[in-house]
Design a protein around this ligand. Structure first.
Ligand code: NAD
Length: 430
């Protein structure tokens, strides 16, 4: 059993804390958002993530998981400190590392004996060096510590599963002591361990996320070729995906990637490359394709509806992906705002993300179910592939819609079935 402290109780920190507690460790999660911590003390989770609530509550009851907003209290009895605070994007695209620096200073002041400080947040290469320098400058003389990088690869919506059954565990360490502590901690999780130095571990995370974004933009680019030639992108992806060198995942053409990670991590990687004198043109193209893909939906709406002004559009799906209520950088925000600029009235429904969406999107009529969003709308646009949408009653939807138009931004439906229902269907790349 290890005493662990996790700083930042967000999507990564809370899952990390709960999972390590589930594995029998004693975990204290710290966050400077007092409301979040008070909520967690009362079993109220700050976001929706399947399976997490039960795990948090059970581990709290078992005395293995607790919450605080005092950083000093949280690290006092801990051997390993995971830093999982946010690393948002600055207006120039760089990663904003002020929270990381702030936490490093405070850890330094509170250090009273050896601790292992682990970067869990996604950070640019060399951040570990900066954390080391900052702690060294601010801690008591002679206090020992190590810095490690253990990037997180979980996906929102399947975060608990991904944490407990990862494809790999990356450990960036600079000492045997740090390596031993992390290897011991991760022993119950069976996955290949990639042991390397801190800088390489930092780069593995950025290189992985960029590659995933590249794969998405690649198939989206192919979808545009398909639309202009009559080929079907689903079949192209299937034909490509059987090739083991390519693989099936992340080959779903659609409205482009979004969420808290890919957009900001790609920008940060481009910026970081620029700083060291490399123009990462490949990733700039990935971003361009992604933006184009969002615009495609607005173009399709225009093609289908002629004049957009004064039309009503039902949007099904607001979250950037299913099984989360996370709206950060969701393509739906861009698409809805673009439609609103053209004076389209928006009715929207999402199984989980409507409360969060209210913080980001104004003048939207939020509906109780998909049928209410369809009712009286000139078109229905699908932007998130929630399971709930897969078995909708399209006879009813056709009756409710003012015009029988479906724009399927996630290729959820079969075009022929839609046609049989008398619906005019627009998919992506088919
Ligand atoms: P989040 O916004 O959900 O959580 C970050 C938390 O840190 C917030 O609760 C915030 O209050 C807290 N925080 C910020 N500054 C703090 C400070 N100085 N002291 C204490 N708490 C502080 O973010 P997240 O999605 O959990 O992401 C965290 C990091 O993990 C980011 O670097 C992100 O890129 C990376 N990451 C995210 C995911 C994901 O799917 N969300 C996956 C892998 C990696």
């Amino acid at each position: 059993m290890t005493n662990i402290c996790v700083i930042g109780a967000g999507h990564v920190g809370l899952v990390t804390g709960a999972c390590f507690a589930e594995l029998g460790n004693s975990v204290i999660c710290m966050d400077d958002d007092v409301k979040k911590i008070e909520g967690l003390k009362n079993d109220v989770l700050p976001f929706y993530e399947p399976g997490l609530e039960v795990m948090v509550v059970q581990n709290k009851r078992a005395g293995r998981l607790s919450f605080t907003h005092s950083l000093e209290d949280s690290i006092a009895g801990s051997n390993i400190i995971f830093v999982a605070v946010g690393t948002p994007q600055k207006s120039n695209g760089e990663a904003d590392l002020t929270s990381i620096e702030n936490v490093a200073r405070r850890i330094a002041c509170a250090l009273d004996g050896y601790k292992l400080i682990v970067e869990k947040s996604t950070v640019p290469i060399k951040t570990g060096d900066w954390i080391h320098k900052t702690i060294k400058l601010n801690c008591k003389k002679g206090v020992e510590f190590d810095i490690a990088s253990n990037p997180e690869f979980l996906r929102e919506g399947t975060a608990v599963h991904d944490f407990m059954q990862p494809d790999r565990i990356v450990l960036g360490v600079e000492s045997e002591r740090a390596a031993r502590l992390l290897i011991e901690l991760y022993k119950p999780i069976h996955a290949p361990v990639v042991r390397t130095n801190v800088k390489t571990a930092e780069l593995i995370k950025h290189a992985s996320n960029s590659f995933l974004a590249l794969k998405i933009s690649y198939i989206n680019a192919i979808s545009n070729i398909c639309e202009k030639t009559g080929a079907d992108v689903l079949k192209v992806a299937e034909g490509m995906g059987y090739d083991k060198r390519i693989g099936k995942d992340f080959l779903n053409a659609g409205v482009g990637y979004g969420g808290y990670c890919l957009p900001k991590d790609i920008s940060a990687f481009i910026k970081m490359a620029e700083e060291i004198g490399y123009d990462f043109e490949l990733l700039k193209a990935v971003q361009r394709v992604n933006n184009y893909q969002r615009q495609q939906i607005v173009r399709k709406a225009k093609d289908a509806l002629w004049n957009l002004q004064g039309k009503t559009v039902g949007i099904l799906g607001l979250a950037f992906k299913p099984d989360t209520d996370d709206m950060r950088e969701s393509p739906s925000m861009y698409i809805i705002r673009e439609l609103q600029k053209q004076e389209v009235l928006i009715k929207a429904y999402d199984p989980q993300a409507m409360d969060t969406a209210k913080n980001f999107l104004q003048d939207v009529e939020y509906c109780q179910n998909p049928y209410e969003a369809a009712s009286g709308s000139d078109a229905l646009i699908f932007l998130t592939e929630w399971d709930e949408f897969k078995n909708l009653d399209f006879v009813k939807i056709k009756r409710l819609l003012k015009q029988p138009i479906i724009i399927d931004g996630r290729n959820i439906f079969d075009p022929l079935t839609m046609k049989e229902h008398g619906l005019t269907y627009f998919g992506i790349g088919r």
